[in-house]
Design a protein around this ligand. Structure first.
Ligand SMILES: Cc1ncc(COP(=O)(O)O)c(C=O)c1O
Length: 468
């Protein structure tokens, strides 16, 4: 028989697997499939009966039947009367091992990575920017909200949900924003997303064509750079001064933008707050140039001195501003819930775009979040975190003043990483010519009692780097 040799090899291969990861039926199916595709089992040859093959291979008969059925469904075997035959494949494909796929042949130009620092992931690294104090999150309360939400979930809510988001959450967010952030909106303007990253990608897709000019702050948030670069936009870094993004007359004249990305409440990474005058100027110039401002309000809830400044979006009615919010800092990053507040004139169009192109789910998490907000637990959590962060910030400043006088950035960042500390070098975030030199210290995760120890470690690294 043509395939005795094959089965012999099959047995040998099985025997060599001391603790087989795959069942006998799966192994037989894969072996037969490969043998047929490679032409080792000739077309129209008759397969042994399931009973005799099972005996020969010492496996269950059902395993043989399963493998035959599966291959018949795939068109590799066919049944005639009571017998099973190898199918005659029209063009017998050969399964040859291929060379590894070469990315240069397939990668789209816009998928080429922007030269930007990548951050270590996973384990706790002191001073990692952007991560909230996860240990302080009221997990018990959140678990109860999640349990309640799942108990109340309807069958309808197991289906794809409204791509714009759950109505209750949209309403809870609208209420929170109007009362605490001065945003002018109703729930119809709110669109739930998988976080600011998705909001940025959607803004680029919906409000600009590839090649269009986009301005962003210099230095800038890496997530925004990636999103806009991937969308094929022409990025122009606009320097930031103490009052925030500072475009010049030449910028407006030479490269008027379609979109302007800014973090006015707390510039990332420099931390400046955009002055009221600068905000009004930017809105006025955007109106004149028919540009839209993307206001990324990622952590305004934690403003250090006094209450947060009201959002740009609410400074005038119908401001040309898309306001972006996220629960990554106020709750926890893995929640992946953010939102966009769209100007009224654009909501219908955005709704159509999202309804056509996106599927949303995770209704229970959205309902749990709405519950968490409506019960006042969100507001309480924010108050607690403001106190925690104020203490940690004070401890950080005190420790820096005591242990660090001078520093310089990229070498220090590399040396610190070896000791489990990640300080992001400011110079790496510069677009074009760099005139920044600094370290970004995310202090949210470090209890104030441990601040001194970490800064002492960092101080040693800096002294060692400088004395080299
Ligand atoms: C400036 C800025 N915007 C937005 C985000 C959060 O984005 P997401 O909602 O995608 O987690 C971060 C996180 O570090 C950030 O630094």
């Amino acid at each position: 028989m043509d395939f005795l040799f094959s089965f012999d090899k099959f047995q040998k291969q099985r025997a060599m697997q001391s603790s087989p990861k795959q069942s006998g039926q799966r192994q037989l199916y894969l072996w037969l499939r490969e043998s047929i595709l490679a032409g080792r089992l000739l077309p129209n040859s008759r397969m042994p009966g399931s009973r005799s093959l099972a005996q020969e291979l010492n496996i269950a008969r059902n395993s043989v039947i399963y493998a035959y059925e599966q291959l018949t469904t795939e068109g590799l075997l066919h049944i005639l009367g009571r017998a099973t035959f190898v199918a005659q494949l029209t063009a017998t494909p050969r399964v040859e091992p291929a060379a590894p796929i070469n990315s240069s042949q397939h990668l789209a130009a816009r998928a080429e990575l922007y030269p930007w620092p990548t951050e270590p992931k996973g384990t706790f690294t002191a001073f990692m920017p952007g991560v909230p104090a996860l240990a302080e999150f009221p997990l018990q309360q959140w678990r109860r909200c999640i349990t309640r939400a799942w108990r109340q979930v309807t069958l309808q809510q197991l289906d794809y949900s409204d791509p714009a988001g759950e109505l209750t959450l949209r309403s809870a967010i609208a209420h929170h924003l109007t009362s605490t952030r001065g945003v002018i909106c109703t729930h119809e303007q709110i669109f739930i997303t998988d976080g600011t990253q998705q909001s940025l990608e959607l803004c680029a897709q919906i409000f600009s064509d590839s090649g269009a000019n986009l301005w962003l702050e210099n230095p800038a948030y890496g997530g925004a750079v990636h999103a806009f670069h991937k969308a094929g936009l022409t990025l122009r870094g606009i320097d930031v001064d103490a009052q925030g993004i500072a475009p010049t007359i030449a910028d407006w004249r030479d490269a008027p933008p379609k979109l302007i990305y800014t973090t006015p409440s707390h510039q990332f990474p420099l931390g400046s707050v955009m002055s009221l005058e600068r905000r009004m100027d930017l809105i006025q110039m955007a109106q004149q140039n028919k540009a839209l401002i993307i206001e990324d309000d990622y952590d305004s809830e934690f403003r250090r001195n006094g209450p947060p400044l009201a959002a740009m979006q609410g400074l005038i009615a119908n401001a040309p501003v898309i306001y972006l919010g996220t629960f990554s800092k106020t709750m926890f990053p893995a929640l992946r819930i953010g939102f966009m507040v769209i100007p009224t004139g654009l909501t219908q169009m955005v709704d159509k775009h999202i309804q056509q192109g996106y599927l949303r789910g995770r209704s229970a998490e959205q309902l749990a979040l709405a519950d968490f907000i409506q019960r006042g637990q969100f507001a309480t959590h924010l108050r607690t975190m403001r106190r925690v962060y104020a203490l940690r910030r004070d401890a950080l400043v005190a420790a820096i003043n005591q242990h660090l006088a001078v520093y310089s950035d990229q070498h220090i960042s590399e040396a610190a990483l070896v000791k489990g500390i990640y300080v992001q070098p400011l110079s790496k975030l510069a677009l074009g010519t760099n005139h920044y030199n600094g370290l970004i210290l995310g202090y949210a995760q470090i209890p104030e009692g441990e601040m001194d120890t970490y800064i002492q470690i960092l101080a040693k690294i800096i002294h060692a780097t400088l004395s080299r």
